[in-house]
Design a protein around this ligand. Structure first.
Ligand code: NAP
Length: 450
């Protein structure tokens, strides 16, 4: 079986398949495995990053092979994989960002949280640092990613030093002039996408004040209706209402929530850079979770606007895709074609299957559901004839693809951890693909010479 994408869903799916006796080749377009565990989870959430060790265990199961630095859709096509394997499980996640669709979004200083998260996590595709030379950053959206980004931007850099944050990003954060991060939410606190624990983590930050801007005293009216809300929503509303008001904050570094604020335009300075967000006040309609426009606008001066409004999956040639839902249509992981019928041998798991929501662990049950469907289908196909050797390695060699194997990755992993130990850090990451491959080839040469 082939699995495409070595993130959490790919590894959890592979583990279930391997434990049932399947042979699994796992393809990953980047040299390093682990997907969002390495490149998405915030560097100051090292406990969650520990999931990477579970993936190492999976990689030791008999029948597992890793093909890192191999891009399906470029080095190999999906139809080719489907020819070479009995079943193909695609777990390529949702790698792109969503757009707000408002004027000014393309200005310099307007970036996506996807790019900022990739930047501080040393993702090879996100080298550019966001401009940190102004004293305020505005973040659009109040999901857990928005709170991660806010925390990393204002947290004292000394606290980030022991983590695996990218070295250049850490340097840039040391020089950052940002003092205030304002989070703009188009709805109220009861409908905020963040988890309460993430808000509490912000409040606990040392040397950072967290407050709420509430000029219309709307929170009081919201609290009057709190008894009707589900427990989780009420808890969020009450936690926000307990925050000090923005005007009373005294710390040099601050995080400020502005609820009922919908961005309508990013305004430019004379040089085409962002100078402010123009947003419209919204108000509750009375229907749960719904707000309406008020026609009252305000400008928030800022030179950096980070849209943190979710991730978006990118279609893969040969794989059915629903643009409207931004997922691959599927029935418990079995891919469905345009006619609504199951496409034999093709499966999905993770964010490409169910959309960009949930914690790392959510992918375990999601991938297991798909893997069980694959095993059920495989049982129907099983012929008990040993499979002929798969020509995949020869094919990739012929195409000049430098495959990174799991032992290669483990050597890189050890080298990163050792570099980190020398610097008093969890690890020092290698960002660039070329650097990773050059290091691996250099080590191979050294070993051959030795
Ligand atoms: P998310 O949870 O879907 O949050 C998206 C945010 O963007 C919401 O506040 C949403 O507001 C807002 N938004 C969407 N479209 C908008 C628009 N056009 N204008 C203004 N605001 C807009 O997405 P995420 O933060 O990217 O997180 C993705 C998933 O990863 C989530 O399930 C999250 O829990 C998970 N995650 C977890 C952790 C953790 O556990 N520590 C860390 C990071 C991510 P509305 O609600 O009004 O639509």
């Amino acid at each position: 079986m082939a699995v495409v994408g070595a993130g959490p869903a790919g590894f959890y799916g592979a583990a279930t398949l391997l434990k049932a006796g399947a042979q699994v080749d796992l393809f990953e377009r980047l040299p390093a495995p682990s997907g969002l565990v390495r490149y998405g989870v915030a560097p100051d959430h090292q406990k969650i990053k520990g999931a990477g060790r579970i993936f190492d265990k999976t990689a030791r199961l008999p029948g597992f092979r890793y093909f890192g630095n191999v891009e399906v859709g470029s080095d190999l096509s999906l139809p080719e994989l489907a020819e070479l394997y009995d079943q193909v499980l695609v777990t390529m996640g949702a790698a792109a960002d969503r757009r707000l669709g408002i004027p000014g979004e393309g200005l310099e200083g307007s970036v996506s949280a996807v790019a900022v998260v990739g930047w501080y996590n040393g993702h090879p595709d996100f080298v550019a640092a966001p401009p940190l030379n102004g004293n305020r950053a505005a973040i659009v959206g109040v999901g857990n990613v928005a709170l991660d980004v806010a925390r990393v931007l204002v947290r004292h850099p000394v606290e980030l030093e022991p983590t695996d944050i990218d070295e250049d990003a850490l340097d840039a954060l040391r020089d950052s002039r940002i003092e205030e991060v304002t989070l703009l939410a188009r709805r109220g606190p009861a409908d905020a996408a963040f988890d309460l624990g993430e808000l509490e983590e912000l409040v606990d930050l040392v040397g950072v004040d967290v407050g709420v801007s509430d000029p219309d005293d709307r929170l009081r009216a919201e609290l009057d209706l709190a008894a009707q809300l589900p427990a989780a929503a009420r808890a969020k509303l009450e936690a926000v209402a307990r925050l000090p008001r923005a005007e009373s904050l005294t710390a040099r570094r601050r995080i400020v929530f502005r609820f009922f604020s919908a961005p309508r335009e990013l305004l430019a300075d004379g040089a085409g850079r962002v100078r402010a967000v123009r947003y419209e006040h919204t108000e509750p309609t009375g229907e749960p979770g719904r707000v309406r426009s008020t026609g009252r606008f305000e400008e928030l001066p800022t030179t950096l606007v980070i849209r943190s409004i979710g991730y978006r999956a990118v279609p893969l040639p040969g794989l059915p895709f629903s643009e409207a839902q931004s997922i691959v249509p599927n029935d418990r992981g079995r891919v469905l074609g345009a006619d609504g019928r199951v496409v034999s041998g093709l499966y999905v798991a993770g964010w490409i299957k169910r959309g960009p929501t949930g914690l790392i662990g959510t992918n375990r049950s999601c991938a297991q559901e798909t893997a069980h469907a694959m095993l059920e289908d495989a049982a129907q196909l099983r012929t008990h004839v040993p499979a002929p050797p798969n020509p995949i390695e020869a094919l990739l060699e012929e195409r000049g693809v430098r495959v990174v194997t799991y032992p290669d990755w483990l050597r890189l992993d050890t080298a990163e951890i050792e570099r980190g130990q020398r610097a008093g850090r969890v690890r020092v990451k290698t960002r660039s693909r070329a650097e990773m491959l050059a290091w691996l080839d250099g080590e191979t040469l050294k070993a051959a010479a030795g």
